[in-house]
Design a protein around this ligand. Structure first.
Ligand SMILES: [Zn+2]
Length: 300
């Protein structure tokens, strides 16, 4: 057999094996994925599954959901949600447009009112292409889009609970909001905060390095120190976790800024030993290399 034919057979059998095992792993992941809930305080619960953390405010009169994860896990999320409340969902709030926070709108949005910043509706209405992640997120169907939009702030009165939704200017994207539960003393901060992990700043969707940092500074000013903090990803956090995150932002951004000012290239910076005190922070969605690239590309 000629070498090229042998190589062809090796290649095809390898790729078949790879795609089969890939499919099997995905199916296994889907079936074994655990969706769990945790009572936080007052009316607030947190649901973890696949995607951004879901916040729930359940009172006798109303049921509100903050973000919806992916549609493929919606049935599992719904089973867990039904243990918290049997009510229909009155409102869904989307903290921003990313699919891991909004794709489940297709399932939960059928019988609920979706609320979000006006830029979230705009972005969810059209396909979104991310060069950084090399993927396209399809537009959502009309029934899964926010039907109540706002520019800066909106309050939902849920029984005794005041649910205050505040827009943050360009940071993680151009349409982020944080959601305060004033009586329960809890805040859901969306993807402006990954607990003990480097964050994702979507520069292609209106995100900004400086804006992101300023938003965290602002959050540290407006979040009372005794509030519990639900991050976009990761375990339940508190004020000092957010302070630690802010220190990391300042240190890592300043370091890259300094190197960029010395006219070091991104390739050179990637080869350097950096951020040793943030061991483990790159084990999540954003690796250390991706974080360096984001800062480098995002700094003006
Ligand atoms: Zn996000």
């Amino acid at each position: 057999m000629k070498l090229s034919i042998v190589l062809f057979f090796i290649f095809t059998s390898l790729s078949t094996a790879y795609s089969h095992s890939g499919r099997k792993t995905a199916a296994k992941k889907k079936n074994t994925l655990k969706v769990t809930s945790q009572k936080i305080a007052g009316c607030v619960h947190m649901i973890k599954g696949m995607g951004g953390n879901i916040g729930v405010c359940s009172s006798k009169e109303r049921l509100v959901l903050i973000d919806t994860q992916f549609e493929k896990v919606s049935k599992k999320v719904n089973r867990v949600l039904r243990k918290i409340s049997k009510r229909k969902i009155d409102f869904i709030v989307n903290t921003h447009w990313h699919g891991d926070h909004t794709n489940g709108n297709k399932f939960f949005g059928k019988s609920s009112h979706i609320v979000a910043h006006e830029n979230v509706r705009k972005r969810l209405s059209e396909d979104q292409v991310s060069e950084f992640l090399q993927k396209t997120t399809k537009a959502l169907p009309p029934k899964a889009l926010p039907i109540i939009t706002f520019k800066s702030e909106l309050v939902l009165h849920i029984g005794d609970e005041e649910v205050q939704i505040k827009h943050l200017p360009s940071g993680h994207t151009d349409g982020d909001s944080v959601v305060f539960f004033r009586n329960s003393k809890v805040v859901h901060v969306g993807d402006h905060f990954f607990k003990n992990k480097f964050p994702y700043i979507d520069l292609g969707a209106g995100g900004s390095i400086t804006g992101f940092k300023n938003n965290i500074k602002k959050l540290l000013e407006i979040i009372p120190k005794n509030y519990k903090i639900i991050p976009g990803h990761g375990e339940l956090a508190n004020y000092s976790d957010l302070e630690k995150f802010y220190t990391m932002l300042n240190e890592t951004i300043d370091r890259i800024k300094g190197l960029k000012n010395l006219e070091k290239s991104l390739e050179t910076i990637q080869k350097m030993t950096l951020f040793e005190s943030y061991e483990g922070w790159g084990n999540g969605f954003i690796s250390k290399e991706k974080w360096i690239t984001t800062i480098f590309n995002g700094l003006k």
